[in-house]
Design a protein around this ligand. Structure first.
Ligand code: NAG
Length: 295
């Protein structure tokens, strides 16, 4: 097996004096997929058939905010958050269409104008497409949108009580969404929140060329970014992110890893070589002391 980009994960011997939390990534599996291969789904569920079999309930209240890309299911409290174009919906699992709430969160007007001037499509690109909905703490959800090619993030207050849900975006504390959310609403992207840290596999620039694994947020007194290295030949080569999951693989919670599933172009061949590789990246979590550096 051809293993590249390997860095040893250091864990127990971490020292504060080194002022480092290391982000180390190891590529695990490298089966080769040819892009020309046609993917045939193993199972197909036509929408009409689902309706006829009474096994799906259409959500009717979304006329203004189509283009759903992000879901957050909170089974415990029986609710579902939906990220759409310029809107976030809060639905009850008991009846999706009854008493649902919504937040209208458009991109800033000047951003929409700039986005159009840059040659992007007014309808399908120059709006705030919600790409991140992650549980931050007991009361708040962290949300990010593309903001008409100028990503923005913020906290949504859901309150503590199930009966008395607030559902408000804290518009006074909006933050930049760069390195947390892609600029392009259609770019493949993956994120996960764990221990108040947001891990993302995302493009960090307008052109969507510089792809990286990033870590941001964290406990409120301690917000920092770390990301995989930028080099002449980007460390990740045009990665297309699929999903990311925290997976414990030892009994020590400090040693848990975040796994990123993605595809990227082969760096070995010439530019005409369009080989696409399936990859799994592993990012080590370390105890959150000291300052952060980038490995
Ligand atoms: C959750 O995070 C938000 C945003 O930082 C903060 O305002 C709120 O007080 C926190 N809630 C709890 C229960 O810690």
């Amino acid at each position: 097996m051809n293993i590249k980009k390997e860095e040893k994960c250091r864990s127990q011997d971490f020292q504060t004096s080194q002022a480092f939390v290391m982000l180390c990534v190891m590529t695990l599996f490298l089966p080769v997929i040819r892009t020309s291969k046609i993917n045939i789904p193993r199972l197909k569920l036509p929408y009409k058939e689902l309706l006829l079999s009474n096994s799906c309930i259409p959500f009717m209240g979304s006329a203004e905010g189509l283009d759903f890309q992000t879901l957050l299911l909170d089974e415990e409290r029986g609710r579902l958050l939906l990220g759409a174009k310029d809107h976030i919906f809060l639905l009850s699992l008991v009846d999706l269409n009854k008493n649902f709430k919504k937040i209208y969160w458009p991109a800033a007007k000047e951003r929409v104008e700039l986005c159009k001037l840059a040659g992007k499509d007014a309808q399908t690109e120059c709006a705030n497409f919600i790409r991140v909905l992650q549980p931050y703490n007991r009361t708040h959800i962290y949300a990010c949108g593309t903001g008409a090619f100028h990503p923005i993030c913020g906290y949504i207050d859901l309150g503590i009580h199930k009966e008395d849900v607030t559902f408000k975006l804290d518009t006074h504390n909006l933050e930049s969404g760069r390195l947390k959310c892609p600029f392009d609403p259609h770019q493949p992207f993956a994120s996960v929140m764990t221990d108040e840290y947001l891990y993302a596999g995302t493009a960090s620039d307008f052109l969507g060329k510089d792809t990286a694994f990033t870590r941001s947020l964290g406990p409120s007194h301690d917000h920092h970014y770390i990301r995989t290295d930028i080099s002449e030949h980007y460390w990740l080569n045009g990665a297309k992110f699929i999903g990311t999951f925290p997976i414990p693989d030892t009994y020590n919670p400090d040693d848990d890893k975040i796994y990123f599933f993605f595809r990227e172009s082969s760096q070995d061949g010439t530019t005409s070589d369009k080989t696409v590789l399936s990859r799994v990246g592993r990012v080590c979590k370390f105890s959150n002391r000291g300052e952060y550096g980038v490995l």
